[in-house]
Design a protein around this ligand. Structure first.
Ligand code: ARG
Ligand code: ZN
Ligand code: CA
Length: 293
């Protein structure tokens, strides 16, 4: 019945590639702590209290993943609150592959980001309450589990219990409505509470010192090369190691491969000529030129 109201919100997030101070980042801060269980007191958002400080909330969505206690799956801050505590907190085991069945498919994060983007619970946190969205039917209270449709309350034609802003099982919630999408997107318009996210450079990698031709970071021999080009690459913390990509002088990609430490690039089948090679670990990109003989 609600298929026509299921909306593409057009809201997408990427992991940050630069920190608020301009350093390169994977977008993930792993912090060891002596605190074994957290509550809604926002301690997890504070380095002084064993958590980790928020990043500039006008440019980033802060998402703290931790061991919440008291059966709490997650909580969020609505727009307009203190920047120091802005963002979303979720129970680590609620993420996909986690153990918080039946809340183990990451829908808690979806639900909390809904709050962070100004959405209320679909029942309006009152009996037949108002969620300030007109296309979500008024419903009496929260639904749990996986309700059969229609579950009629408050003279509606059935609760929209499959909405992310209800309390149903993760497997049984799968839509935001058109009205909810508009309410969320209003925050990104000029003057909106989350407008800064749209122009944030947080998802853009900082420019790294690119070294051309003369670098000692990437050792390469022989050059010119006939069959095999040997590489010695610096240590990297990236778990996939280095990605080596070879381009011809017109910028066409010729080869790609990943390496850790020592690597050999097979160049036998490349046509004679000059090539450019980039070596990247996702954090920094090094460039080298070589000749195929
Ligand atoms: N109780 C939390 C809240 O109101 C999280 C609810 C998440 N529900 C779920 N089915 N994953 O924000
Ligand atoms: Zn909620
Ligand atoms: Ca409504």
């Amino acid at each position: 019945m609600f298929a026509g109201l299921a909306a593409n919100t057009n809201v997408q997030f990427v992991l940050a590639k630069r920190t608020p101070t301009g350093a390169a980042t994977t977008g993930i801060v792993r912090k060891q702590t002596k605190v074994s269980s957290w509550s809604t007191n926002d301690a997890v958002k504070s380095s002084k209290r064993g958590g980790d400080d928020a990043w500039d909330a006008t440019k980033y969505l802060n998402l703290w993943v931790c061991n919440l206690g008291q059966g709490l799956l997650g909580y969020a801050q609505f727009p307009g609150g203190s920047p120091a505590t802005d963002g979303v907190v979720v129970l680590y085991s609620s993420l996909p592959g986690g153990t918080a069945k039946p809340y183990d498919k990451g829908r808690t994060a979806t639900h909390e980001v809904g709050h962070w983007l100004n959405l209320r619970h679909i029942w309006g946190d009152a009996s037949c309450g108002n969620d300030l969205v007109s296309d979500t039917p008024t419903q009496q209270t929260a639904n749990y589990g996986c309700p059969a449709f229609p579950h009629v309350t408050c003279n509606n034609q059935g609760d929209m219990s499959m909405n992310y802003m209800d309390y149903t099982d993760d497997a049984c919630m799968y839509m935001f409505s058109t009205g909810q999408a508009s309410r969320m997107n209003a925050l990104f318009a000029a003057g909106g509470a989350r407008a800064g996210l749209v122009t944030s450079q947080g998802g853009v990698a900082p420019r790294m010192a690119a070294t051309l031709g003369t670098t000692t970071d990437v050792a390469m021999y022989p050059n010119p090369a006939n069959n095999v080009l040997n590489l010695t690459l610096p240590a990297t913390k990236a778990d996939k190691g280095w990605t080596v990509t070879v381009y011809d002088l017109r910028g066409r990609e010729m080869k790609q491969a990943t390496y850790n430490g020592q690597g050999q690039v097979q160049v036998a089948q490349l046509p004679k000529g000059l090539y450019q090679m980039t070596v990247s670990d996702g954090q920094q990109t090094l460039r080298q030129r070589f000749e195929k003989q």
